[in-house]
Write a protein that binds this ligand. Sequence first.
Ligand code: PLP
Length: 454
Amino acid sequence: MKPTAMTKTKQLETLDKDHYLHPASVPGQKPKMIFKEGKGIHVTNTDGDRYIDGISMLWNVNLGHGQKELAEAARQQMDSLAFASSFAGYSNEPAIHLASTLAEWAPEGLNASFFTSGGSESNDTAFKIARFYWQLKEQPQKTKFLALRQGYHGVTIGAGTATALHGFHRFAGTHIPDVLHATPHLTACEQGDRNHPQFSESLRALIEAEGADTIAGIIIEPIQGSGGVYMPPEGYLQAVRDLCDEQNVLMIADEVINGFGRTGAKFAVNHANIVPDLMCLAKGITSGYAQLGAVMIHDDIKTVLDTFGQVMAHGFTYSGHPSACAVALKNLEIIERDRIIEQVQQMEHVMTNGLRYLEERHEVVHLSRNKGLIGAFELFQSREREERFPAEWKTGLDFVDMCFDKKLILRALGGADGKSIVALAPPLIITETEIQSMIERLDDALSVFETKYC
Ligand code: PLP
């Protein structure tokens, strides 16, 4: 008997539950949905149901699903040289071309790249490069890192320590020492206002308390993603840049979500016109079609590294993976050729208007925000009284399930802080009509939500 799609799904669910321990999921639960195919902004499950991917899977499938040219770039490279070592002085053409193309894309002064397999590895690598730099500068005591509350930097022990989201820390409880967290976006404090009521929670206060001679760097997401999609106020990133210069501390920009057009610029630091010392990349570098990350290194640091003259004992088997780099090169080529960043700038307004429309129609929608095609809104019991829903109701998760029923995939954030934040980050190729369709589904889901909770 030929299995129907339904029975096949049931079989897969059982195999999944018994054998596949998922990342960031409840162990032992059957999968919510098994993806089978994707085309543009849509994904289809094993039963043939089609969904809008409103969050680009993990904020990474920027050119959308089923992009044949990326598949072809991988195929061609795998056909000629699938893998080559980059250790011990070996190199390969795609890695060389990608490193030089990234130097053209990045803010001036960031001209060298160290390749990794993803965002966590990029951030860990940035921490190690920063410490190594200070050793070479004969300041080996500069080992500490500052990060921001609500920040997400990955899950390896180094990057995971910098991540400030409670659930990720509860998981195994092992942290590297010397990572401290400050309250984000205290622009006036970073500019030196000691009378500010929250001064003691600022980056500047932390540097002063610990001693600048012990601090290697500050890591920040220019626009915070998984912590809740928080935009820095005007002037904040410049204030952090100035603070780093003044205190002789390296600025590490985590552009893992932000980079490659997501925010309507090549990199989010471009909006503030600042140049970080190290810039961490992943996700959108290949639009998720291959596992790749990079740390871009400023000339001032690279020059110092070049004086070492011995083996820099750090690297991953897949650093500079030729097939992944070939996919990234094609991805960058398409972004430029198809003027994807200009398109994101145009679609930014469509998303803003869509979110405003939802605020007008639904009392529960509050604090909507977006830059380029990364955005969010929050669910409030009362906008007027600034009253959130009780945390234990988990309204954010419930609402994204309601969206799921309307065939729209989104993500709920902020639950551990008692917030119900709904994040939106559709593929950058989304059209105006498709954004409107997303908004219509949100509108319907919000009506269901209001019937249940209001
Ligand atoms: N940094 C940021 C800003 C991220 O959003 C993520 C992942 O979501 C990471 C780092 C970690 O990347 P990866 O999951 O590829 O290790």
